[in-house]
Structures are given as structure tokens and as C-alpha cells.
Design a binder for this molecule. Structure first.
Ligand SMILES: *[C@@H]1O[C@H](CO)[C@@H](O)[C@H](O)[C@H]1NC(C)=O
Ligand SMILES: *[C@@H]1O[C@H](CO)[C@@H](O)[C@H](O)[C@H]1NC(C)=O
Length: 399
């Protein structure tokens, strides 16, 4: 073989090494997933590199590429789509075209993206919102919110809360023909975190115009105290949300100090003030037996108290709904939690389900045995329509 052939072979081997990710056997369409994961990893590497060079923030590159995937608010034959503002927060509203028989359901949706990325206009959110409106004959409000690193906790939470409270006003619901007794709050990933947080806040807010009938939390992030649960250990490198990226997302949301990120990676970031709260995220007592196998429980190591003062979000239920006490949990509406086996966030979803049912909240848990984080945003994969169908079926029955 000539030198060129050797070079090609070497490149081929390197490319295969870069693309190939060992995946669990029961995962569907593994090669497609590997390719998606490769492009994501490439972005993470590029982002790290441009940030290292001081050219721009890690997320800028993601953001500018993602914006290419945004769709304008185009109405189609079934749904009227409008961009507007609720309480100054930009939202996209989907209203079915067919004549309503009665008042409609309302679905308030919060997109994911680590509190740093994404928008309601992204095709992976725009399309499911159309389908939701169409299938449930519902008015869907898909909200935006200001993002990290420019804006940090509690801005994201407050934007979503303000938009939701605006929607829940009597005159607004009337304007859209929405039945105030049939309103759902839903979100995926960071959006699931925000959905749980705003629903919790509503149940305790004397000024809340009304309360939703259900909440749907799709692979939500629910706590940032213990970064070493069994699912963190098992799925640290599984597509498409590696542990390092999740820790970065949390840190950008709550503080932005890179030293805290290092502490989080070693689970040494927890301020002493968190002591009394650790029982609420104690996976050794809250997880089903089958997830404990082979995992010794180690409580997070206390770091400095300065952290709690500088970044109070770590201990705030508006950022970490799993930290809510039982009294507050009892105020929550009927809940649907979707978790995926191959997701670092799996265990906090399980713990939330356990704590909700202990508190007497009606809860449906759909655990996807071959699922992974972010599957609902990847319409090119079959698992996406399966999970979307399950989520919508639940709403059809319960909303
Ligand atoms: C509108 O609804 C019909 C019937 O459900 C469906 O066949 C069609 O594809 C929908 N159109 C769009 C643009 O989604
Ligand atoms: C967590 O739960 C285990 C088992 O129930 C218990 O032994 C341990 O003390 C608990 N730790 C914390 C910090 O709550």
C-alpha cells in the first residue's frame, strides 16, 4: 500500500473511533443515534475550543447553529400559529382551526435546552406543538424565557411563571376559548424542571388565578445537590447528555463560576446548609431496589458555605423541585413523569415519583426501558414518535 492508502486507512480508523460509542443492546437504531451523538460531541469540542481561545462563550456556537433550525410562525390547514407576548414574555400560540364544540383544553409547554439553549420556534418544538393542538383539540402556549449565560436563576423561572400566570387569567382564557378546568403544564428536560417549579409555586401562591389540572414532566432535571446517583454513574457518557454537559448547564443556570463546576463533578459542591435537605434526595432510601444493585451510597461532601450565599439556587425549590417538603408536594396536581433508562436524570425522576406518591399526589410514571435523554426532540428516530404518542395519550385521558 502506498502512503496515501495508509493515511486514508488511518483516517478511517480514527473517524470510526470518534463516531463509535458502545450503546446498550436494547437501544433502537444505534447507528443513527451514534451519528447524532457524534455531531453533538463535535459541537461540545468546538465550543470548548473557541471558548479556550477566548473567541466566544461555549454556548454561542450551539445557539447560532440552533437558530438555523427555527421555523417561522406559519399557520397550516389545521392550526393557526401566532407569535405574541404574555406579560412581555415571547410565546408561540397554537389554536386549532376546526370549530370547537365546547371550550378547549389548554397546554402550557416549556422547551428544554439546559436553561441555556433552544426556543419555542425550533422545529423540534414547533412540530410537536402543532400535533398537540391538533390531537387534543387544545390551545398550546409554547413559552420562551431568557437564557443563560446572559441571564441566570431565577430569571428563567420568573419568565416562565409570569407567562403562565398571564395565560391563566380569566379574560385571557376566555379570549382563547380555553376551559379553566382543563389546563396542563408540560416540559422536557430543563423545561420539565421549570414545569415542576412553576406548578409548585402556583400551588402555594395566594395570588395564583387558578391551578392547572395536570403536569407532565419529561425526563426533568429536579435537583443539583447529588451529582453521583446510580444513573449519574451508569449513564455519565451515554448519548446525548453526558454528565459533564449537564453539570455545565446547571452551573450556567445557578452561578457560572467554573470552580463550582469542578466541585460539582466531584460532588463536593454542597453547602453545609443543605444537610437537612439531603434526605429528600437520598437515593439509597428513595430508589427502587433494582437500581441500587452494585452502588454504595455516599452522601455528597460538604463544600464551603460561601457557595450557599453566592448561589442560593442550589437549595431553592424553584430551581430544584425535588427539595420541596411533603406539605408543598401535597398541593401538586395529577402528575405524569417520563423517565428514560439511559439518562443521568433517571434517578431524580424516580425519586420525585416516589416522593409524590408518598405525599398522596396521583402520579403516573412512564419509564422507557430503551429511552435516553432528549429522545423526544429527535424526530428522525422512531423512539421519538413512540414517546410523543405516549405523552399525548396520557393527556388525552387525563386532561
Ligand atoms: C391536518 O390534519 C389532517 C387530518 O388529521 C392530516 O392528514 C394533515 O396532514 C394535517 N396537516 C398538517 C399540515 O399537519
Ligand atoms: C440515606 O439513606 C440511607 C438508607 O436509608 C441512610 O442510611 C443514610 O443515613 C441516609 N443519608 C442521608 C444523608 O439522608
Amino acid at each position: 500500500m502506498g502512503r496515501r492508502a495508509w493515511c486514508l486507512l488511518l483516517l478511517g480508523v480514527l473517524a470510526a473511533y470518534y463516531i463509535y460509542t458502545p450503546l446498550p443492546e436494547n437501544m433502537e437504531e444505534p447507528w443513527k443515534l451514534m451519528l447524532i451523538d457524534t455531531s453533538l460531541r463535535t459541537f461540545v469540542h468546538l465550543g470548548t475550543f473557541v471558548e479556550f481561545l477566548g473567541l466566544c462563550h461555549f454556548f454561542d456556537l450551539f445557539m447560532s447553529t440552533m437558530s438555523l433550525r427555527e421555523a417561522p410562525p406559519t399557520s397550516d390547514e389545521n392550526v393557526t400559529v401566532t407569535d405574541t407576548k404574555f406579560n412581555n414574555i415571547p410565546v408561540r400560540v397554537y389554536v386549532p382551526r376546526r370549530k370547537p364544540d365546547t371550550q378547549r383544553r389548554g397546554v402550557f409547554y416549556i422547551h428544554g435546552g439546559g436553561w441555556s439553549l433552544g426556543s419555542a420556534a425550533l422545529k423540534n418544538y414547533d412540530l410537536p406543538s402543532r400535533w398537540t393542538a391538533e390531537r387534543l383539540d387544545a390551545v398550546v402556549v409554547s413559552t420562551n424565557y431568557r437564557l443563560a449565560p446572559q441571564y441566570r436563576f431565577p430569571i428563567q423561572f420568573e419568565d416562565v411563571y409570569n407567562a403562565l400566570k398571564w395565560f391563566l387569567q380569566k379574560n385571557i382564557l376566555e379570549e382563547y376559548g380555553v376551559d379553566p378546568r382543563r389546563i396542563a403544564v408540560s416540559g422536557d428536560s430543563a423545561g420539565g424542571n421549570l414545569a415542576a417549579a412553576v406548578t409548585l409555586q402556583l400551588s402555594d401562591d395566594p395570588e395564583a388565578p387558578l391551578r392547572p389540572k395536570t403536569q407532565s414532566l419529561i425526563y426533568p432535571a429536579l435537583q443539583a445537590l447529588d451529582m453521583d446517583t446510580p444513573s449519574f454513574r451508569e449513564n455519565a457518557h451515554v448519548p446525548i447528555l453526558p454528565r459533564s454537559l449537564l453539570v455545565r448547564f446547571w452551573n450556567e443556570y445557578l452561578g457560572g463560576d467554573r470552580a463550582v463546576e469542578q466541585a460539582m463533578l466531584c460532588n463536593r459542591h454542597v453547602p453545609e446548609e443543605a444537610g437537612p435537605l439531603l434526605g429528600r434526595v437520598n437515593w439509597s432510601s428513595l430508589l427502587p431496589q433494582r437500581f441500587l444493585k452494585g452502588h454504595a451510597y455516599r452522601a455528597p461532601t460538604f463544600g464551603s458555605s460561601e457557595l450557599a450565599r453566592k448561589y442560593p439556587g442550589f437549595l431553592d425549590v424553584r430551581a430544584a423541585p425535588l427539595l420541596a417538603d411533603d406539605r408543598r408536594l401535597r398541593g401538586l396536581p395529577r402528575t405524569h413523569v417520563v423517565t428514560c433508562q439511559y439518562d443521568i436524570l433517571r434517578d431524580e425522576g424516580f425519586m420525585f415519583v416516589r416522593r409524590l406518591s408518598d405525599a398522596g399526589v396521583p402520579v403516573t410514571h412512564s419509564h422507557v426501558e430503551d429511552g435516553f435523554h432528549g429522545a423526544l426532540s429527535l424526530p428522525e428516530l422512531k423512539i421519538c414518535s413512540r414517546m410523543l404518542d405516549e405523552y399525548l395519550s396520557w393527556l388525552e385521558e387525563n386532561l
